[in-house]
Design a protein around this ligand. Structure first.
Ligand SMILES: Nc1ncnc2c1ncn2[C@@H]1O[C@H](COP(=O)(O)OP(=O)(O)OP(=O)(O)O)[C@@H](O)[C@H]1O
Ligand SMILES: O=C(O)C1=C[C@@H](O)[C@@H](O)[C@H](O)C1
Ligand SMILES: [Mg+2]
Length: 207
């Protein structure tokens, strides 16, 4: 069965959101950033929502969003880097998605997350180095389960996006195409294209 989308997973600060945006633009696919979707749904920043609704509500909301985006066609999905991956989430995401894990060395992740103090609700900003090390350990087991692993320590998001595009080409991965108006996520996609002022027929398409 053909896959429908590309899913970027991995720890906070590995560049999922930035690489996903570049890749989606390059492929002329829709972008689904689960953190941004949560913010749109709740009308709050993720940190605010986490603090006011609590961890269980946050996890439930995340699951609801996963169950929406996993059915998108020709979407690049940037997952939030919060809770470690679970078997259930992985199953949902990999059923229709090519799953790519981004990681980076601890010093680099610490450097990146320090740029936006307070943005990440579960980050311990008083011990970023310690937090990052334990967060990375939780992701190790998924390295053998995903389709591709990319180290972004010294890799610009443009390069990450290019590596993913090359992987898709090299392995000749075909994706089920969107079927006209009304496909899930159409509104976000259309909005984004209008904002960027780019016609949706440009760019590289999968066969
Ligand atoms: N390859 C890179 N080189 C330099 N800076 C980067 C790179 N990738 C991301 N960054 C920067 O690091 C920060 C985190 O990037 P980004 O938000 O894309 O990560 P993320 O994996 O989506 O994190 P989260 O899981 O918290 O959503 C941003 O400030 C971004 O500009
Ligand atoms: O600290 C957290 O819990 C989070 C941080 C960011 O990485 C987000 O991507 C994530 O959804 C939540
Ligand atoms: Mg992100």
């Amino acid at each position: 069965m053909k896959k429908r989308n590309i899913v970027l997973i991995g720890p906070m600060g590995t560049g999922k959101s930035r690489a996903a945006r570049i890749l989606a633009d390059g492929l002329d696919w829709q972008l689904a950033d689960t953190d941004r979707m949560m913010e749109k749904d709740t009308g709050m920043r993720i940190a605010e929502y986490y603090q006011s609704a609590g961890p269980d509500a946050f996890t439930a909301k995340e699951k609801e969003i996963i169950n929406r985006v996993r059915f998108y066609h020709e979407a690049v999905i940037a997952m939030g880097g919060n809770y470690p991956m679970t078997e259930e989430k992985f199953h949902l995401l990999s059923e229709h998605g090519v799953v790519i894990l981004l990681y980076a060395k601890p010093f680099r992740l610490a450097e990146r997350v320090r740029r936006r103090i307070g943005k990440r609700p579960t980050m311990d900003y008083s011990d970023v180095d310690g937090y990052v090390r334990q967060m990375l350990r939780k992701w190790t087991k998924w390295r053998d389960r995903v389709d591709l692993v990319i180290n972004t320590t010294n890799c610009h998001p443009e390069q990450t996006a290019l590596m993913i595009a090359r992987y898709i080409d090299k392995h000749n991965i075909g994706f089920a195409a969107r079927r006209g108006p009304g496909y899930p996520g159409r509104e976000e996609h259309t909005e984004k294209r209008e904002r960027n002022g780019r016609p949706s027929s440009h760019g590289r398409r999968s066969q």
